[in-house]
Design a protein around this ligand. Structure first.
Ligand SMILES: *Cc1c(COP(=O)(O)O)cnc(C)c1O
Length: 229
């Protein structure tokens, strides 16, 4: 990993943001450091990156504990089981993969016990894929209402991934649908800040397209750190 990679990605982000009438600082880059070791993360920190995403709790626990003094912001982007909610609530600042009321209740209970304000995204299964997690688009409204009614969790926005293909352009219509859904839910005042709803979408292959379609947060691993084994 070099600072050049980071700079290139930031330039691409700025260009895509400009194309959708926004500025680079309205887009957050989450550096996905799963299966990369701590030295690589430290390099990224030295290049100025402070927000990281991790998928696996065990692995993340080590890294987050060892890097405690760096004051980094950690996003959980993997699938979360409710029996792991306590550890997730303890380690992470933002949980991007809340997709059912059960996990929201568990996170809320543990965050409450820790006196921690936990921020979340609702993961939407925008491609309606059987093998993917996430709430179905048509069920999102009900889930947001339940979470708002029953928990103190702060819902920042929606997170989603289009079906995997080799053509990045294929994701565009799904990103557009995510944006439309988030606008509809914002109109119903279901987010913590309905004037600044966040949309976490876009990865190494398609983050520029996602930004053109309204992403405010992109999760980039490979383009930043190289391929994972
Ligand atoms: C691994 C992962 C990423 C990063 O993917 P790259 O293609 O390496 O950029 C982003 N989001 C989620 C949810 C992931 O699991």
């Amino acid at each position: 990993m070099t600072c050049d990679n980071l700079q290139t990605i930031q330039q691409n982000i700025a260009r895509a943001a400009g194309g959708s009438g926004r500025t680079a600082d309205s887009i957050q880059l989450v550096a996905v450091s799963k299966r990369k070791d701590i030295e690589v993360i430290k390099q990224a920190v030295s290049c100025g990156q402070h927000v990281f995403g991790e998928n696996y709790l065990q692995e993340a626990e080590q890294k987050i504990t060892l890097l405690k003094n760096e004051n980094l912001c950690w996003h959980f982007i993997g699938h979360l089981q409710s029996n792991k909610a306590r550890l997730a609530a303890e380690l992470f600042d933002v949980i991007e993969t809340v997709d059912r009321i059960k996990i929201a209740r568990a996170l809320d209970r543990h965050a409450g016990a820790l006196d921690k304000e936990l921020r979340i995204f609702i993961q939407v299964n925008i491609g309606r894929e059987k093998q993917k997690h996430g709430v179905l688009p048509e069920d999102a409204e009900n889930l947001l209402k339940l979470i708002n009614r029953e928990t103190e969790l702060k819902i920042l926005g929606l997170m989603g991934m289009p079906p995997h293909t080799s053509d990045p352009e294929a994701g565009r219509s799904y990103f557009r649908e995510m944006k439309k859904l988030s606008d509809q839910l914002a109109q119903k005042k279901l987010f913590a800040d309905n004037n600044a709803v966040q949309l976490s979408m876009g990865m190494s292959a398609d983050y520029a397209i996602a930004i053109e379609e309204g992403a405010t947060l992109v999760r980039v691993g490979t383009a930043l750190f190289g391929r994972r084994e």
